[in-house]
Design a protein around this ligand. Structure first.
Ligand code: HEM
Length: 460
């Protein structure tokens, strides 16, 4: 348990190389089964999905974040979870997301303005906080019908702080009291659990109660109103946790993914030119930017975005599943109550799933697979592009919104900018990761320059 080191996914990938596609880890009183073979994972999570769609227990996740396993992300399959999941799938369905397309377009355009302005002012920028503002604004607008003006807005900083605090408390391998009951005594005196409770009762819950109340009174669409209008009559406690799931699930994940994306692209100036030229051609024909539904007309953009998510996945282990009975898959026994996890790092480099140079960044890898990641995730295992959105019955309900956001941000950036390192000696580090960041894999902090393309066809 203490052997994970600061980058747990990388450590577990080493263990997989030595021990094979499925590893059993005894984490004190908890048994972890970690899988990095996509076909085996598909059998476990999809073929045996009825038995493996439970959530593993986590101290913060169960007791505090979900107010006792309410909402969707940390509740257990059954009537209650079904109701919350149907509500989330309905309010995040592609036809609902259509209502927010204009605002997504505006937020991603504002993101590019800020990246350019910040570079102009300081000579460089670390895009992370601007990404956070953009993606929080999108999901906050979808959920509550409101947004934040700038990265200095105290309320924005407060909400981001809430999300980051939750992400750190949710960190799987750091939940020591869950593994060793003795540690809960030390933890009690160190006050970690008291901090979780205090944060939830005095910071997270009151803030979300206020956001919900305000959303009900707002003009225009939002999830809080859609839940009511579409007849999803959830108790107040569930509604609060569900909205917490949506905001927490839909902000950091996007900011991290897009930060990797920009860092990787900085290493590939020629690819940037090809991407920009693909977008320019679309603009020349249509007189406007492409939308996500027109993605087949900008295939390189889609292929590169998918490859970035494969090359540098968003989370170390996704969200853990569990099982309510002993099950056998391909001769492996998964014991009742075990925690089942996918190791995203080595799974995305699996040579059977990605036969051509799995360790390398290959922009054209997905040129023949332009369907949405959402439909790929629901399709045949051999046609899955990546595993970032999880598995089977628990598959991320926000994946379509996530793709639309990433697409808009990506085409906005390369229609208007090029990304350069601040010097030939300082390129973004895309091999390491920020240490002890929680559930997500954050790139190490980096500085790059966003420069306006002289030949941009976009008039702002
Ligand atoms: C790049 C962006 C995103 C990534 C990589 C991501 C990843 C994931 C993963 C790995 C899971 C767990 C799946 C499993 O258990 O097998 C998940 C669940 C979830 N995600 Fe996302 N997500 C993203 C964006 C979003 C967005 C935009 C939203 C909402 C607006 C969202 C809301 C949720 C919720 C509510 C769950 C819980 C589903 C359940 O337990 O049934 N996510 N996501």
């Amino acid at each position: 348990m203490w052997s994970f080191g600061p980058l747990p996914g990388r450590t577990v990938s080493e263990w997989h190389r030595e021990l094979g596609p499925i590893i059993k880890l005894q984490m004190g009183r908890r048994t972890w089964i970690v899988v990095d073979d996509p076909v085996l994972a598909h059998k476990i999570f999809v073929t045996h999905g009825a038995d493996t769609s439970y959530r593993a227990y986590g101290t913060y996740a169960d007791k505090y974040f979900s107010n006792g396993a309410r909402g969707i992300a940390f509740s257990q399959p059954g009537v209650h979870w079904n109701k919350n999941r149907s509500a989330a799938l309905s309010v995040l369905a592609p036809k609902q997301i259509k209502k927010y397309i204009e605002s997504i377009h505006q937020e991603t355009s504002d993101l590019v303005d800020r990246l350019l302005e910040s570079t102009e002012k300081n000579g460089f920028t670390d895009p992370y906080k601007f990404n956070e503002l953009c993606f929080l604004n999108v999901v906050f607008n979808v959920a509550f019908g409101r947004r934040f003006e700038s990265v200095d807005d105290p309320e924005f900083l407060h909400v981001i702080n809430m999300i980051e605090t939750s992400m750190k408390f949710l960190s799987l391998e750091k939940d020591k009291p869950n593994f060793l009951p003795i540690v809960s005594i030390i933890d009690y005196f160190a006050g970690t659990e008291a901090k979780m409770k205090h944060f939830t009762d005095t910071v997270r819950n009151p803030a979300f109660e206020r956001f919900i109340k305000e959303a009900l009174e707002k003009e225009g669409p939002n999830v809080v109103k859609s839940l009511q209008e579409d007849g999803f009559d959830l108790p107040d406690e569930d509604r609060l946790v569900l909205l917490g799931d949506i905001i927490t699930g839909g902000t950091d994940t996007l900011s991290v993914t897009f930060s990797w994306n920009l860092a990787i692209m900085c290493h590939h100036p020629e690819l940037q030119e090809r991407i920009s030229s693909e977008i320019d051609k679309f603009i020349q024909v249509h007189g406007r930017m492409p939308t996500f539904t027109e993605r087949t007309e900008v295939p390189l953009c889609i292929s590169v975005m998918k490859e970035c998510m494969r090359y540098r996945p968003t989370t170390y282990f996704g969200l853990p599943h569990s099982t309510d009975k002993d099950i056998e898959v391909d001769g492996y026994i998964l014991p009742k109550g075990c925690t089942i996890i996918t190791n995203m790092d080595s799974m995305h480099k699996n040579p059977k799933q990605y036969p051509v140079h799995p360790e390398a960044f290959m922009p054209e890898r997905f040129m023949d697979n332009l369907k949405t990641m959402q439909s790929s995730a629901n399709g045949k295992i051999e046609q899955r592009d990546n595993f970032n959105f999880g598995w089977g019955r628990r598959l991320c309900p926000g994946s379509y919104l996530a793709e639309v956001e990433l697409f808009n941000a990506f085409v906005q950036v390369f229609a208007r900018c090029k990304i350069e390192p601040i010097s030939q000696e300082e390129y973004p580090d895309i091999t390491g990761a920020r240490e002890n960041a929680g559930l997500n894999i954050l790139p190490p902090p980096y500085r790059v320059r966003f420069l306006k393309r002289e030949d941009t066809l976009v008039i702002v």
